[in-house]
Design a protein around this ligand. Structure first.
Ligand code: ADP
Ligand code: 5GP
Length: 196
């Protein structure tokens, strides 16, 4: 599949409460949609086991983050679950201006901000868990966060879930293969300019 076009690229945003399964689904999307470029964000959160600097995030200190923010290096940034996250302005504009479509993993603030800046050029897909109980089970099952961080992420999930109908598409991640198939259909429609 080649989605490089002469016009500007598309901005595909995945937004979901922590623990919903968004990274799992995004990993599959990246494997299948080779021409959908991944926007690697900057973050101040500690690296998780298995994560790679420059692949999952660029991991930087709070001082470095604030300096980059003040220099205007971020097209959007937000404080999420007590850490800073930001999207590189240079990377996004160079890719999109050259017709490459980009995939983003953003929180609700980031998705809102990108929609404000890019309008309909940015398409946001909300991934929802089947229930809050399922979300809690997944977050605990992943085993990557301490109890206080899990509590904070669950608390924030309630607020984020109340925004689920505010985006362009919603996909429920109950059964993983079904959710991936739904997500793939939506992304294909967006990239093929085939939206209703
Ligand atoms: P997120 O990126 O949204 O924080 P992850 O992709 O890390 O979430 O998924 C959280 C946990 O839930 C992981 O252990 C993952 O394997 C598991 N998971 C993802 N999707 C499903 C699903 N449909 N059913 C059950 N478990 C899932
Ligand atoms: P995690 O720490 O689990 O990787 O991500 C926590 C939250 O930060 C998720 O909701 C994720 O979507 C969001 N996030 C990741 N990168 C960015 C970014 O560059 N900007 C914003 N606004 N949110 C981000």
């Amino acid at each position: 599949m080649n989605n490089k076009v002469s016009e500007r690229g598309k901005i595909v945003i995945i937004v979901a409460p922590s623990g919903t399964g968004k990274s799992t689904l995004i990993k599959r999307l990246k494997e299948e949609f080779r021409d959908l470029h991944w926007s690697v964000s900057f973050t101040t959160r500690p690296m998780r086991e298995g994560e790679v600097d420059g692949k999952h995030y660029f991991y930087i200190s709070q001082d470095e983050f604030l300096k980059k923010k003040d220099q205007g290096d971020f097209i959007e940034w937000a404080e999420v679950h007590g850490n800073y996250y930001g999207t590189s302005l240079g990377f996004v504009s160079s890719k999109v201006n050259h017709g490459y479509s980009l995939l983003f993993d953003l929180d609700v603030q980031g998705a809102d901000n990108m929609k404000k800046q890019f309008g309909d050029e940015a398409r946001a897909i909300f991934i929802a868990p089947p229930s809050l109980d399922a979300l809690e089970e997944r977050l605990r099952g992943r085993g990557t966060e301490e109890e206080d961080v899990i509590k904070l992420r669950l608390e924030n999930a309630r607020g984020e879930l109340s925004r689920k109908d505010d985006y362009d598409y919603i996909v429920i991640n109950d059964e993983l293969d079904k959710a991936y198939s739904d997500l793939k259909n939506v992304v294909t429609k967006i990239l093929d300019n085939d939206e209703d």
